[in-house]
Ligand binder design. Structure first.
Ligand code: ZN
Length: 241
């Protein structure tokens, strides 16, 4: 067992497999086991629950954990880099849309039914398609993030925050972050996930403007502003772009 801050690492065995997991004790009623897309297993147990009992519970769920891991595993080969060719699917607000390339003098992107209709000149290549789509995503991300920010500010009015500005950019490993100057940075890729998840990331960052770390105080604040944040976070984590 190793310990860091509030969380400890333990292990159970399932057949020949070892399942190691992070155990954290929190002031809550029920024990929760989750498997992240990166295969990490996390267990949150009520404060004071004996470790033996936790191990027993995890042992009982071992088959399920192994199944979850296999489930996430299968996504890896399913997310190849996009090629920007006709028929390929691209996401917007959690839904899949198929690319339809339409020869036209004027370049444009339109969302029609279940299709991304990309109008472009006859000799345009896939790089041209990528640029058009990226531009479309950026326009829509700015608009949607701004509107969701307003909604979040409204439901977290008790925080008394003045509206921060949002900067949309490509980020390799994070959905969002915030600056010391009180700006919120959001990953443009977030516009590919459901509104429900977008709101979670915005609310998370808004709470950071009040509490800059991930202390219990931060999570209390987040839970007050968005009681179902954990479900939203799980949904976001299960999302494969
Ligand atoms: Zn955070």
């Amino acid at each position: 067992m190793t310990t860091s801050n509030n969380s400890q690492t333990h292990e159970v065995r399932f057949g020949k497999q070892r399942i190691s997991f992070d155990l954290e004790f929190r002031d809550r009623k029920r024990l929760a086991i989750s498997v992240d897309p990166d295969q990490t297993v996390k267990v949150v147990a009520p404060t004071g629950r004996p470790v033996e009992e936790v191990l027993e519970r995890v042992q009982k769920r071992a088959a399920w954990i192994v199944k979850q891991r296999a489930y996430f595993d299968q996504f890896q080969p399913l997310t190849p880099p996009r090629r920007y060719v006709a028929g390929e699917t691209h996401l917007y607000l959690g839904r899949q849309y198929r690319l339809k390339l339409i020869e036209d003098e004027i370049s444009a992107v339109k969302l029609v039914g279940r299709f991304f209709q990309v109008h472009l000149p006859a000799r345009a290549d896939s790089e041209h398609v990528r640029r058009l789509l990226d531009g479309w995503y950026l326009d829509h991300a700015r608009d949607i993030f701004d509107r969701r920010l307003d909604a979040c500010l409204e439901s977290a009015r008790s925080l008394g925050l003045s509206a921060p500005s949002i900067i949309v950019r490509k980020m390799a490993k994070r959905w969002g972050s915030c600056t010391k100057a009180g700006r919120i940075l959001l990953n443009i890729e977030l516009v590919k996930t459901p509104l429900y998840c977008i709101e979670y990331v915005i609310m998370h960052e808004l709470c950071h403007l009040k509490v800059h770390n991930h202390s219990p105080q931060f999570y209390r604040l987040l839970a007050r502003c968005m009681p179902d944040w954990e479900q939203r976070k799980r949904r976001l984590e299960s999302f494969v772009l």
